[in-house]
Design a protein around this ligand. Structure first.
Ligand code: PLP
Length: 403
């Protein structure tokens, strides 16, 4: 069999075998509409409720706090746009977000500003990719309706101090939304401890199917639906539920909760192999905070080695890594996240994202790491400065790598 080492779990994860098993009946036999009153529908309704319980359990929430959505993106649209359209007074139209949010946050805020008169403040991050709670607090105004801070960044894996930010915002009548898409199923989460009003997750990042997500709510106050139609999800998200996707999400949540500690330990072991690449590759460094980071993510800059070329060279060998956010990788723009951390566009263009999964073995990690070293060497031979832009005297390539 051809080699396949998949190291892009932050883009999406393989469907867990137990999940595939659990959803099969929902492709074949359990086809009822969960809104239907008769037995065939009620069978589906019970499965829907069970999935809601499983998702809640993964995040320390009750089933009635879980709103099923069609994706993580949709969950965040509901949290932000839903809050904006339900705002108590027209003047409460100020939104605060960080410079490293996923487009599902930044583009939703940009649209609300462009089309609906929202005011938006973007809070920067440190060179390590961390948001400072003081800066978030300083950005808040009397008209602030909502603050959005992601729990972990999809490109660097950097974890943000969301619980501290939640504490600072408590009792001020400001909604706090957390995009937890990269975190759910990877490290323990208890949404109640974060002080947030809403927490978005996506099934395909933790062994479920693409096209299913959820928004966990503190309560149902202060939110309008953004998709209108039937009364599904108690009026917060119209549309007949994607039952295979929902059942798969529930099962994936259950499996992830059961295996969390084992998976985390396994990821830390294989991640260490990629962390060590900075010692093997000259003029390379890791982007993002060393400790405050997901157990599975390494963002590696290898100067003068164009990331897209590395990704394609590795792909031809059956090794799959990312060049940053999955949604942005077809755009020839330097990563917003990395440039917000102070990287030059050139350094950002030379950064790859390696995100391991629980099924990644140590042998696979070692083999992939060896191939990455070779590919960087080869790509450096053929990468001309014009390919990735010119560097100036401020570029880190002028500095000796720290020993
Ligand atoms: N938020 C983050 C941090 C993500 O990484 C992603 C997907 O890459 C999303 C949101 C969007 O989730 P979905 O693919 O379910 O729309």
């Amino acid at each position: 069999m051809a080699l396949r080492i998949y190291l892009d779990h932050n883009a999406t994860s393989p469907v867990h075998p137990e999940v595939a098993e659990a959803l099969l009946p929902f492709l074949r036999d359990v086809y009822g509409n969960p809104s239907a009153p008769y037995a065939v529908g009620q069978e589906a309704r019970r499965a829907l409720n069970a999935a809601r319980v499983q998702v809640g359990a993964l995040l320390g929430a009750n089933a009635d706090q879980v709103v099923i959505t069609g994706s993580g993106t949709e969950a965040t649209n509901l949290a932000i746009a839903g809050a904006f359209f339900a705002r108590p007074e027209p003047a409460r139209r100020h939104l605060v977000l960080t410079a490293v949010e996923h487009p599902c946050v930044s583009e939703t805020c940009a649209w609300l500003r462009r089309v609906h008169g929202a005011e938006v403040t973007v809070v920067g991050v440190s060179a390590a990719g961390c948001v400072d709670p003081d800066e978030v607090e300083a950005a808040v105004r009397p008209e602030t309706l909502l603050v959005a801070v992601m729990h972990a960044n999809n490109e660097t894996g950097v974890l943000q101090p969301v619980a501290e930010i939640g504490r600072r915002l408590a009792g001020r009548g400001i909604r706090f939304h957390v995009d937890g898409v990269q975190v759910a199923g990877r490290i323990p989460v208890a949404v109640a401890d974060l002080g947030c009003d809403s927490y978005a997750i996506s099934a395909h990042k933790f062994g479920g199917l693409k096209g299913a997500g959820a928004l966990v709510l503190r309560d149902r106050q202060g939110l309008d639906a953004v998709i209108h139609g039937g009364h599904q999800e108690r009026g917060l998200r119209a549309g007949t539920e994607n039952m295979p996707g929902v059942v798969a999400m529930g099962k994936a949540a259950w499996v992830a909760a059961r295996d969390l500690e084992r998976n985390r330990a396994q990821c830390l072991q294989t991640r260490a192999v990629f962390d060590a690449l900075t010692e093997r590759i000259p003029r390379s460094w890791r982007n993002g905070h060393a400790e405050q980071r997901l157990p599975n993510t390494v963002n590696l800059c290898c100067l003068h080695a164009d990331a897209m070329s590395i990704v394609l060279a590795l792909s031809s060998l059956g090794i799959y890594v990312g060049t940053g956010s999955a949604c942005a990788s077809h755009r020839q723009e330097p990563s917003r996240v990395l440039t917000a951390m102070g990287l030059t566009p050139e350094a950002a263009f030379c950064s790859i994202r390696i995100s391991v999964g629980p099924e990644t073995t140590l042998d696979e990690a070692r083999l992939a790491a060896d191939r990455i070293v070779e590919c960087v060497e080869r790509v450096r031979l053929v990468t001309s400065p014009e390919d990735i832009g010119f560097c100036d005297e401020n570029c880190p390539c002028f500095l000796e790598p720290a020993k």
